[in-house]
Design a protein around this ligand. Structure first.
Ligand code: KMH
Ligand code: ZN
Length: 309
């Protein structure tokens, strides 16, 4: 069984500060939690930035530059910068942080979808910041746009010279796998590709084991054996799908971007707490955890000496 790569998605652009005191949005907190997650066993850090004043999702490269060097100085974890931004942003703006930092990896969303979280708004009767409620309720009318033109632009900007980034191909439903197969045939990407099955987002495929097997079987049909894959179980399914995926030879992603909880009804106190929990589960069931160096070799990454932060 290959070693299992743990990715930690530290803050994202969906959850808001009122939802959890543990959700980091100041650069020093994003850095601290990313470093702690790496020390707990995360080989890849999937990173978004926030406005340090009010926690609003940000794609300002300066907000990433405030924490990237700190993370690099303290861990050899692989930095994976999001090109997802948030659903209200255009692809040019979403690309800016990765183009500025030239990370070893960046995300690439393989199709458009409704990416909604509006039902969460009814859980709160007041908010820390004035942008939060509109952000949450606004997702009801939003589309997370990732057209073939958008995908091509991210692939062209980040995949070849000068960045040579490896993509975390985020697939929210089975059609996105077919989009990826088309783009692969167009020569946009080089094998081995790294798939991220994003399951449990309102607007995407539901997070259950049947669907995980369906996504895996479809990937086998489309990509043969020349691919690596990982799973995100958003919300309450996070640990269950991680445990099953690791037994199927897949990798796993945890982190407060994808779930604020450590178990049903109990908020996680940090990203590292989720990494520690998933690492314990995986090791108890016989999975060995990959180091950043092992993950680099498995994914064919360019190395930290080639980044720009
Ligand atoms: N923030 C979500 C809208 C990515 O990082 O590329 C999507 C997202 C995907 O976070
Ligand atoms: Zn993300």
């Amino acid at each position: 069984m290959p070693k299992t790569i743990i990715t930690c998605a530290v803050t994202g652009a969906i959850h808001t500060p009122t939802m959890s005191d543990a959700l980091p949005y100041r650069p020093e907190d994003i850095a601290r939690q990313a470093i702690d997650a790496a020390h707990a066993g995360a080989a890849i850090l999937h990173l978004h930035a926030r406005n340090p004043e009010d926690g609003r999702p940000s794609v300002d490269p300066a907000h990433f530059a405030a924490f990237l060097p700190i993370i690099r100085a303290e861990t050899d974890a692989i930095v994976n910068i999001s090109t997802g931004g948030s659903i209200t942003m255009g692809i040019e703006d979403r690309l800016a942080p990765a183009a500025a930092a030239s990370p070893e990896m960046c995300s690439l969303n393989m199709g458009s979808l409704n990416f909604a979280c509006h039902p969460l708004a009814d859980r709160y009767d007041s908010y820390k910041f004035d942008w939060e409620e509109a952000h949450i309720r606004g997702s009801e009318g939003g589309i997370f746009r990732n057209t073939f033109a958008d995908i091509k632009q991210v692939a062209a900007t980040m995949g070849g010279a000068p960045h040579h980034a490896k993509f975390e191909h985020e697939c929210y439903e089975v059609g996105h796998l077919y989009n990826l197969a088309f783009c692969l045939k167009q020569g946009m990407f080089q094998a081995p590709i790294f798939l991220q099955f994003v399951m449990g987002i309102l607007g995407g495929i539901a997070a259950d084991i049947d669907n995980l097997v369906f996504m895996k079987r479809t990937a086998d049909k489309l990509f043969g054996t020349d691919y690596q894959w990982s799973v995100i179980g958003a919300g309450g399914q996070q640990m269950k799908l991680a445990a099953v995926a690791a037994q199927m030879g897949g990798h796993v992603r945890v982190g407060l971007e994808d779930s604020l909880f450590i178990e049903k009804g109990r908020l996680a106190t940090s990203n590292a707490q989720q990494v520690e929990k998933v690492r314990k589960i995986l090791e108890l069931q016989g999975n060995a955890i990959a180091t950043p160096a092992e993950a680099r070799a498995m994914l064919g990454l360019k190395g930290t000496d080639k980044v720009s932060f």
